[in-house]
Design a protein around this ligand. Sequence first.
Ligand SMILES: Cc1ncc(C[n+]2csc(CCOP(=O)(O)OP(=O)(O)O)c2C)c(N)n1
Length: 350
Amino acid sequence: MDNQSLISLYRKMLLVRVFEDKSAEMYTKARIAGFLHLTNGQEAIAVGAMSALNADDDLFTHYRDHGYAILKGASPESVMAELFGRATGTTGGRGGSMHLIHMDTNYWGGYAIVGGHLTLASGVAAANQFHGNGRVVTCVMGDGSTNIGTFHAALNWAQLWKLPIIFLVENNQFAMGTTIRNHSALPDVYRKADGYGMAAEQVDGNDVLAVHDVIARAAARGRAGEGPTLVEAVTYRHRGHSMADPDVQRDKAEIADWKKRDPIHRFANEVLLKRGIASPQDLEEISAEVEARVDKAAEFAENSPEPALDTLYKHIYMEPVSNMQVGGSLIRPPQIGARVASSEGENGRQ
Ligand SMILES: Cc1ncc(C[n+]2csc(CCOP(=O)(O)OP(=O)(O)O)c2C)c(N)n1
């Protein structure tokens, strides 16, 4: 990587960090409602991974998704506005923190149901394979997700069909407050791939260049028709599970120890400063630029309108109509658990 690309990695990690800190501040000021899961400490994974993929590759993530949306190409303004629930947000203020989507850049979204997106991501990988479009899917999840049924269903299918997909586990060693040793029979997550004969790699998730290399290899494998890869990136989150978590379960000394391995400071010290790629003053300037950019995003969100009341029912399931004529048949609005009458008759679609 040339010097400019290395500096860009630093700038991006810092942008994700500062964006998260600003989100936390806005949450405490009650500008952001609902849940807010921050990614402080885990930035090297998102930045390293996204730097190794093509712009049109597909991305699915869990709910720790702000950085991914920005790195994929959504503006910090639109992401902050989404957190604020404003009309200018990535999904018009309807999704909020856990459901960022940016289809212009093939970011299929953040998902709140743990593991629920894995089979969806495999479906898109199957579509890519069918169309031969050369796109690879990256599906990001936490370590806790690897105990869920859909994890195993998705891995089995992906390996069986040699789908072009990377399952990227951000192993921050906790599912909420439960340690990986207490929630997973196999704490070495990458070894779960063995059950399906799938390629797997474990990587230091606090080393942005190492993550870049692993994801580049996995993407090449997917594009060459060699199938999926399970990547386990080992890291640690600096904050509680979400803003609602007072973080009393984790060991304070352990948190402090991992903060010494902060991926951003580490990259600045061990790569940029040590190799003379940037001076301390350069880094300060980058920091000031990033802070200003994020302040602007918060200002934009603050000044954006709420979604108009008459759009309340848009983009939920369907336009709410009392009845609808389709092909001469009367379609009743669906009710949960009820059959939907169709031209195929009562026993047709359910
Ligand atoms: C199917 C399902 N079960 C439980 C939850 C509640 N829940 C939300 S986050 C979480 C922990 C997930 O941990 P992990 O996958 O390691 O991700 P992390 O938050 O550490 O990034 C749980 C149990 C949920 N959202 N979905």
